[in-house]
Structures are given as structure tokens and as C-alpha cells.
Design a protein around this ligand. Sequence first.
Ligand code: PHE
Length: 340
Amino acid sequence: MKEKIEELKERFKSALALANDEQSLDELRVSFLGKKGVVAELMKGLRDVEDKKTAGQLINNFKTEVENSISDCEKMLEKARIDAQIRGAKKYNPTLKTEDRSGSYHPITLATREVEAIFESMGFTIEDYYEVVDDYKCFEALNIPKHHPARDMQDTYYLDNGQLLKTHTSAAQNAVMRKYGAPLRAIFPGRCFRNESTDACHENTFFQMEGMMIDENISISNLIYFMKTMLSLVFERDIKVRLRPGFFPFVEPGFELDINCLICGGEGCPSCKNSGWLELCPCGMIHPNVLREGGIDTEKYTGFAFGLGLTRLAMMKYGVKDIRTFNSGNLKSLSQFKSL
Ligand code: PHE
């Protein structure tokens, strides 16, 4: 019996060395420890043995040895499997140098182009305007005389020559009206600047897209129609909007158009100041004083204007939680938009 077991031990060892996956280990377990396996056969053979006690002990020791070796081997295989998984997983490495050195479009550029294409398809022209403007264009032509309290919200950077960095794309309204007269449909995207303390949802440099439509019989319904159409195309879904009264001296009546925060789904997060809503598009019917200043006949024409927050829109569209990411120049964040 002793020799037989020694021989079986050798057989088991060489079979174990070959078992390099869970399936072959299972097969080995069945052939040695199964009902009709090697150990069971040995037990059967006990009948014909005289010294049953010693032989029984030998068989039991052999059985324990086989069980332990198989379970050790199982543990090793499991560890190897987990190691391989970890090695294979894509890990975020903040110190990794990006190998792909080709440039990519900035997410704001991508969002701008998309909104431009939508308005273009609805008959709007696209205008470009300066970033450095004078007080008249930025404020006075927009029914904001000197010392008007509405200026407080739009403190900006002034140059020695009295010019300033424009605080909103509305600064181009007057020039666009003078260029085309009525009727007109135009959008004008641009970079804007304000003296702001920065946080997750405020920046001193941000992008807006102004839009104007002036024609006979233009009303708030036209405004709501264009805004809803544009927003549902940009977000490729039906999004919730709400209109609140808002005050801007250059529109009457004026509104704040909010959209349901798409980052938190409306539950409240730092990007939406925990309100679940994001101010996206102040708008309203153009004030007659502003139309008149632009040389438009206010007896015949009315119009709407909106100031879409392009930076906010890009945050919502791409799920960017912190507005400061856009101007950070951080290639690791910005290059993620390469595939869009
Ligand atoms: N220019 C305004 C702002 O930046 C937004 C606005 C544009 C409001 C057009 C009404 C109409 O705050």
C-alpha cells in the first residue's frame, strides 16, 4: 500500500504541475477526490489489506495532502487572475505625459460652432465683434446711462484711453442694427469679461452668444420658439426650461431663461448653486430706446434679443463641473474633447 501511495503522490505532483487554469484543476480534483476517484479506489482496496489502521492513516494523509495542494493552487490562480486584471485595466495616471501632441478644438469652439449651425439653418447671419469697446456701445446705446445701477453688476477692466473689455455680447447690438437695419436675424458670439470673484460657476472671462431678431410682429412666442428649438437640438433631448422675469435696461419685458441642471439632474450641485436650475439665457423684447438708437423704426418693427451663456451651455453639454477648467490651459482636461 505504501509504495502504491508513493507512486500516486508522484502522479498527482506531475498532474498538478500541468494544471494551469481553474478548469484543469477541477478535473484533477475530480480524478483524485471524486466519488470514483483515486482516493475512493484506495479506500475500497482497504478491504483486502491486513493492517487496516496503518493503511487507512496513509490514505487519509494522502487525501489531506491532495486537498491542501489543490486549494493552494486555487489561491495562486485567483491571485494571478486579479493581478492580470489590474495590469490590464486602464488606469488614470496624472503624471503620464500625453504622447499625442496634435492639437484639438476647445470645447467652447465646438459648442459655438454647433449653435451657429443651428441658427444659420434658421436664417440667422453670424457676426463678429470687438472685445475692446467704448462705453457707448457697451452701456449707453443699451439704455444704460452713466451712473445707472445696472452697471454695478457689470464691472469690468478699463483701459487708460477710456475703452473697456466688453461685459456682454449685447455691446454689438447697436453696430449690428446699424449695419443691417430691419428686418434682421443675427447671432454674434464673443468673449466677455467681468470683474468677478471666481468659483465653480463664475469666471472673469467667459463666452456668450447674442441673438437678435427684428421684424414686423415679432413677439415673445417667437423668442420662446427659437430658444426651445435651439436648446433641444443642442442637447439632443427635450429639456425643461423656465422663464422668470428678469431686469435688463435694454429689454422690456425681460426674462431669465433657466434650464434644468443636467449635471445633477435637478437635485442641486455646486454648478447650479444647489438650485437644480441653471441660468442659461437672459432674454427679452428689445427696448424701443435701443431700437431707436440703432436706427430702427419702432412704429413698424419689434424684436427679441437673447444673451446665451455659451460657457454655461458647454458645461451642461459636456458635463464640465467647474467653469475654470475652460481657461485653465490644462491639456489633460481639454484634450478629452478631441474625439468630439
Ligand atoms: N447682456 C445681458 C447680460 O450679459 C444678457 C441679455 C442679453 C439680456 C440680451 C437680455 C437680452 O447679462
